[in-house]
Ligand binder design. Structure first.
Ligand code: CA
Length: 333
């Protein structure tokens, strides 16, 4: 998979220090991007966010399954920050891992991961915040949440407690997808449709600059951090790549498997199997009718047709559309 990314963090116009942090780790087969937004008196938030980013990078084990590797590195960051501050400081954390044709996201707090595909934007992470809970409960609209004066109250963070629950999500990627990570200093001031517009139109380095400038133009009351990754090329999933390598005959199958999200493939195979079974039953019935013609002798105008019409094979794989696939939340322990 080929991923180009750009990151930018700005102190904003009202704060004296930047308590946001970001980081990236490029592995032979994967790319890991992280944003943390620290909280705590004096410079503690700055310590928490940098410790969050560095611990996630240092402890990320690419030998483990992606979601487990992400979750374990977040838990390690929680331990490190808690050991240092004993609950006096904390940080949000959101990470995007690009591996094996998929995006894997982990998050704690209200920093976000978005996917922009063909101009449509979807928030992949779920905010752990008071206003997000109010929206889920139907007590507040998304717009009220965005402008609420309690919007910065988060319900989960790294480092405040000895244990933390980490959410993970995974989604198949397509070439041309854009993934965006941000702290609330950006997405609190810029609407989703504007984020989609800027990140679809501009290359990552210009888009990060434009979004930071726009947040500052709207007051810049918080630290602003944006990381944008552009997916230029997606590898075939390992099993498809293996079958494609067996010979040219396997190549069309590999190409069609790539066009549809991987999770639809078992359904397509089942559909084809059912269609084949129907065909066998119909041919059998037609053969039986030919061998044993009906003994009705009354002359009729409608002659019985011994051969059944050929069944129509309807492919069950859905045509890829511009709609974004739903992220698959992974159960957390
Ligand atoms: Ca913030």
């Amino acid at each position: 998979m080929r991923v180009r990314f750009s990151a930018r963090s700005d102190v904003g116009l009202r704060r004296e220090i930047n308590q946001d942090a970001y980081g990236a780790k490029e592995l032979p087969q994967a790319t890991l991007l992280i944003v943390c937004d620290g909280m705590g008196g004096h410079a503690a938030g700055e310590v928490a966010s940098s410790l969050g980013v560095s611990t996630i990078i240092d402890t990320f084990a690419d030998s483990a399954p992606p979601d487990d590797a992400l979750r374990d590195s977040f838990i390690a960051a929680n331990h490190a920050i808690y050991a240092d501050g004993r609950g006096s400081m904390g940080t949000t954390g959101v990470a995007a891992l690009f591996v094996d044709g998929h995006l894997h996201v982990a998050n704690v707090g209200d920093s976000r991961a978005y996917l922009v595909r063909e101009g449509q934007i979807e928030q992949i992470s779920h905010d752990h915040s008071f206003v997000s809970d109010q929206v889920s409960a139907g007590l507040m609209t998304a717009e009220q949440a965005r402008t609420s004066n309690v919007r910065n109250i988060i319900t989960r963070a790294l480092g405040y407690q000895p244990e933390v629950q980490v959410d993970t999500f995974s989604i198949p990627l397509r070439p041309g997808d854009t993934v965006l990570l941000s702290s609330d200093g950006m997405h609190g001031l810029i609407e989703d449709r504007e984020i989609a517009e800027v990140s679809s139109m501009l290359p990552p380095d210009e888009a990060t600059l434009r979004l930071v400038d726009t947040a500052n133009a709207r007051g810049g009351h918080d630290n602003i951090t944006v990381v944008i990754a552009q997916v230029d090329e997606v590898d075939l999933p390992t099993d498809v790549a293996a079958s494609a390598a067996q010979g040219p005959a396997a190549a069309p199958a590999a190409a069609s498997a790539m066009a549809a999200p991987a999770r639809e493939r078992p359904l397509s195979r089942l559909g084809m199997l059912l269609a084949a079974l129907t065909l066998v039953v119909l041919i059998g019935a037609a053969g039986f009718l030919l061998a044993n013609p009906p003994s009705v002798s009354a002359p009729t105008t409608a002659s019985p047709t011994p051969s059944a019409p050929p069944p129509t094979l309807t492919p069950t794989a859905s045509t890829p559309t511009a709609t974004l696939p739903s992220p698959v939340p992974t159960a957390t322990p």
